[in-house]
Write a protein that binds this ligand. Structure first.
Ligand code: PBG
Length: 317
């Protein structure tokens, strides 16, 4: 038989020879949850290897991660005190500067920039009654971005999906002298059922309603593409799809339309799904995780945000 496609799958060496997706640990980003006022680490249901931590514990964690070759981190600061429409970046700045002081440029620190962990209502915006006050929201996001950059963040990651936030953040960073601080935008972010473990971790579940009036409807491909295109026009340096697995089809089209690198966020529910299957003896966690990462790469992702980044070396990556 001349058309035997199985021939090149017959040995590990042949499979390795033909592999088209390879990546390095430098393209994996590890999320961290640093929570104000915690006495002890708190594990997060389903998020194997990730906990809510106080600053000293997170510093020890980062030290171990660096030893394991993780260099990229995405920080979610979770302040203890929630306010209705008032934001105080003191705790976030403390966490960022502690990391910067201890690790200098051994790592690249991105900081998630959103309001949902700081508000009593858990929405990603300033609300007047139940309505989004867009201008006030953009102002607060820009203020947060500047505060994070001043504390030593390497990059800003807005995850709120408010219209115009990248432009406002870019302007404020530039005015503050942070022209070289990149914006990694959660540019195509869907309203999703896969954020469950995260909302527990970041204490950010909406207290009423849901996020459908600002996050993208999964049925609306045109909107999904337009959101990333607009982020690129507004000056986002890096783009992202989220959740990763449910957005695979969009990665290449976004890259082709914008010319920007596009990453995939393997969100908490996707990751926890693998861990829970493994707990039930229904999959091999390590192999399943590696499989999903290769699929993100095959779909065109330049970088991957994953709770499993710290296992990469152990997985042979
Ligand atoms: C905050 C934010 C969310 C995630 C990242 N930033 C939750 C949400 O939008 O509700 C989800 C990440 C994950 O599930 O791993 N806006």
């Amino acid at each position: 038989m001349s058309n035997r496609l199985m021939r090149l799958r017959a040995s590990r060496h042949l499979r390795d020879l033909c592999a088209e997706t390879e990546f390095t640990r430098a393209q994996l980003i590890q999320p961290l949850f640093i929570v104000e006022g915690l006495e002890h680490d708190e594990p997060i249901t389903g998020l194997r290897g990730t906990a809510r931590q106080n600053i000293p514990s997170a510093l020890r964690q980062i030290e171990r991660d660096l030893e394991n070759g993780v260099t990229q981190f995405l920080l979610f600061p979770v302040p203890g005190e929630k306010k209705l429409n008032q934001f105080n970046h003191h705790f976030s700045q403390q966490a960022i500067s502690a990391i910067r002081r201890q690790f200098g440029d051994d790592l690249c620190l991105w900081v998630d920039t959103c309001l949902c962990s700081s508000t009593t209502h858990g929405h990603c915006a300033v609300l007047d009654d139940a309505r989004i006050n867009l201008d006030a929201t953009l102002n607060e996001l820009a203020q947060a971005a500047l505060a994070f950059a001043e504390a030593g963040a390497d990059g800003i990651s807005p995850s709120d999906m408010m219209d115009g936030r990248v432009a406002r953040i870019r302007t404020r960073l530039d005015e503050g002298g942070f022209e070289l601080t990149p914006v990694m935008s959660y540019s195509t972010k869907f309203a999703s059922q896969f954020y469950g473990p995260f909302r527990q971790a970041a204490d950010s579940a909406p207290q009423f309603g849901d996020r459908r009036h600002y996050q993208i409807d999964v049925r609306h491909r045109t909107d999904a593409l337009a959101c990333s295109e607009r982020c690129a026009e507004e000056g986002a340096d890096l783009l992202m799809v989220k959740p990763g697995l449910t957005s695979l089809d969009l990665i290449r089209p976004i890259h082709e339309r914008t010319g920007r690198a596009v990453g995939a966020y393997q969100v908490s529910g996707e990751y926890a799904g693998l861990a829970l299957l493994a707990e039930q003896g229904l999959t091999n966690f390590d192999a399943a995780l590696r499989e999903t990462w290769h699929v993100f790469k095959r779909a065109g992702a330049q970088y991957i945000i994953t709770y499993g980044a710290r296992y990469a070396r152990q997985l042979g990556i």
